[in-house]
Design a protein around this ligand. Structure first.
Ligand code: SF4
Length: 148
């Protein structure tokens, strides 16, 4: 856990077709009750600044290309979290004519946070798991360079 808190973690939120339920739970993480910014977890406005891509909803047609482009704009090491059942499996939208599919049809997913919608505590736990993964990747990079 110590490793996971070595730096701030910047998150870009992308809605690829959710009903907004998961998105509201993500916003709740920023309210004074949970206040994730005190741990250094911050929502950013550009994928170019983000370590983590946090995706809500299944991927509707037209959003697959955009999601790929946004992911490519993020610098590495980077991670993807899917928040909610819709992004993981299609959920209640599974048979929709307008669906490309779950998020892993389009992006490499690192962490799934199940639920419809998941509670803020679960979302925060997912972000921390991503954080640990990124710290491991960064430590590997430092070791390869003979630093730290
Ligand atoms: S998982 Fe539930 S709350 Fe989240 S986008 Fe799907 S239907 Fe909405």
């Amino acid at each position: 856990m110590n490793l996971a808190y070595r730096r701030a973690l910047w998150v870009f939120h992308l809605n690829t077709g959710s009903c907004n339920g998961c998105d509201i739970e993500i916003l709740a993480c920023l309210t004074p009750r949970y206040d994730v910014e005190r741990f250094g977890i911050k929502l950013v406005a550009s994928p170019r600044h983000a370590d983590v891509l946090l995706v809500t909803g299944p991927v509707v047609r037209g959003m697959d290309e955009r999601a790929r482009r946004i992911y490519e704009q993020m610098p590495g090491p980077k991670a993807v979290i899917v928040v909610g059942t819709c992004g993981a499996s299609g959920g209640v939208f599974h048979h929709s004519y307008n669906l490309v599919g779950p998020v892993d049809k389009v992006l490499p997913v690192d962490v799934y946070v199940p639920g419809c919608p998941p509670r803020p505590e679960a979302v925060i736990q997912g972000v921390v798991r991503c954080w640990a993964k990124l710290e491991r990747a960064a430590a590997k990079g430092r070791a390869a360079e003979g630093v730290g």
